[in-house]
Write a protein that binds this ligand. Structure first.
Ligand code: NAP
Ligand code: ZN
Length: 345
């Protein structure tokens, strides 16, 4: 394809800057996408700060990508020029292992992440803070027509991550779900669990986002520090879904789980978590975690969102404002997802 404009960090911990990167030529099974929007996920920030281990730099982050197909390879059958499409957190996997065959490509040992990963040809992958991307057609999602491309972008990571975790724990009518952290993932978890028929309560650092939690379908929003109010949830919740990116005293929250309830992690705190074994034995509790969702499940999520009119609550940023946006994400000061308007680059 050639060189394209992108925004990335030249080295670990450095500010993002405008770069020129190379995109591979469109292969027989590749799709060239003109990127319209890319969400800012907290994982982008963890990665650039080196919190998930070393990576070769520069790194162009971004795995909540939506846009339009502008070219397809000769053997492409799943997409055509002008289609509205999206790309999430992965761009390749082996296709033959048990995980891939089960449609859980995210757990394939050879999975290639959309950025900060090494592709089959040995080149580093670069993500969606860019004007264009070339992706194998099997990792390109169809965006239903009723979903706006800007509000759909965060569904490709924040949406599928919470949808998959909620589904895995059989969320539905009659279930009671506590969502910890009302950020990019958290606000979509509230919407999705509500649409699945669950009763949702938000547990947040403060009451600042309370009206938004209620607007998005929660029945209550409590402050994690307010032990008295949390007492009203004692042994009530079937699922506690942590979307928190920071260290959290989860031990103190186990009392909110009903018998055989599950504490599920999708957020990634920086340090190991301490959990006492006793409540797990005494009350049959479970602890679990999950990574995004497979390609087929992501397409299912997009159809579910179209059916229930679910998109992310977004705030637009221009590429020149990404560094400021990162500071605001770190301060939990965004309602609820920054989306970069790549057409402004
Ligand atoms: P985000 O928008 O920053 O949301 C995180 C939320 O956590 C904040 O809005 C805040 O909610 C809460 N929080 C932050 N600091 C806290 C603290 N010190 N104590 C208690 N709560 C705190 O981030 P995100 O993009 O949703 O991502 C959340 C986490 O999920 C990140 O660690 C990210 O890497 C991870 N992630 C995992 C997957 C996966 O596949 N498992 C996929 C995507 C992202 P309140 O303002 O309500 O307190
Ligand atoms: Zn993400």
């Amino acid at each position: 394809m050639g060189t394209v404009t992108a925004y990335g960090a030249p080295a670990e911990g450095e500010r993002l800057t405008r770069l020129t990167i190379e995109r591979r030529a469109v292969g027989p099974r590749d799709v060239l996408i003109e990127i319209a929007y890319c969400g800012i996920c907290h994982s982008d920030i963890h990665t650039l700060r080196g919190e998930w281990g070393p990576h070769p730099f520069p790194v162009v982050p971004g795995h909540e990508i939506t846009g339009q197909v502008v070219q397809v390879g000769g053997e492409v059958t799943l997409h055509k020029v002008n289609d509205r499409v999206g790309v999430g957190c992965m761009v390749r996997s082996c296709g033959s292992c048990a995980d891939c065959r089960r449609g859980e490509e995210q757990y394939c040992v050879d999975v290639v992440a959309t950025y900060a990963s090494v592709d089959q040809d040995g080149t580093p992958t670069q993500g969606g803070y860019a004007t264009h991307i070339v992706v194998d057609e099997r990792f390109v999602l169809r965006i239903p027509h009723s979903l706006a491309l800007d509000q759909a972008a965060p569904l490709l990571c924040a949406g599928i991550t919470t949808y998959s975790a909620l589904r895995r724990h059989a969320t539905g009518p009659g279930s009671r779900v506590g969502v910890i952290g009302m950020g990019g993932l958290g606000h979509l978890a509230v919407r999705l669990a509500n649409a699945m028929g669950a009763e949702v309560t938000v547990l947040s650092q403060s009451l600042r986002k309370r009206e938004h939690s209620i607007r998005l379908g929660a029945i209550d929003h409590l402050a994690l520090s307010d032990k008295e109010s949390l007492g009203s949830l004692e042994r009530r919740l079937d699922l506690l879904l942590s979307t928190v990116s920071a260290d959290l005293d989860v031990d103190a929250l186990l009392g909110l789980l009903a018998t055989k309830g599950t504490l599920a992690f999708v957020g990634v705190p920086p340090n190991p978590i301490s959990i006492s074994a006793l409540p797990f034995e005494d009350r049959g509790l479970c602890v679990s975690g999950s990574s995004i969702g497979g390609i087929q499940e992501t397409q299912e999520l997009l159809e579910f969102c179209a059916k229930h009119s679910i998109g992310a609550d977004i705030e637009f940023v221009e590429p020149s404002q990404i560094n400021d946006a990162y500071e605001r994400v770190l301060a939990s000061d965004v309602l609820f997802r920054f989306v970069i308007d790549m057409r402004a680059s």
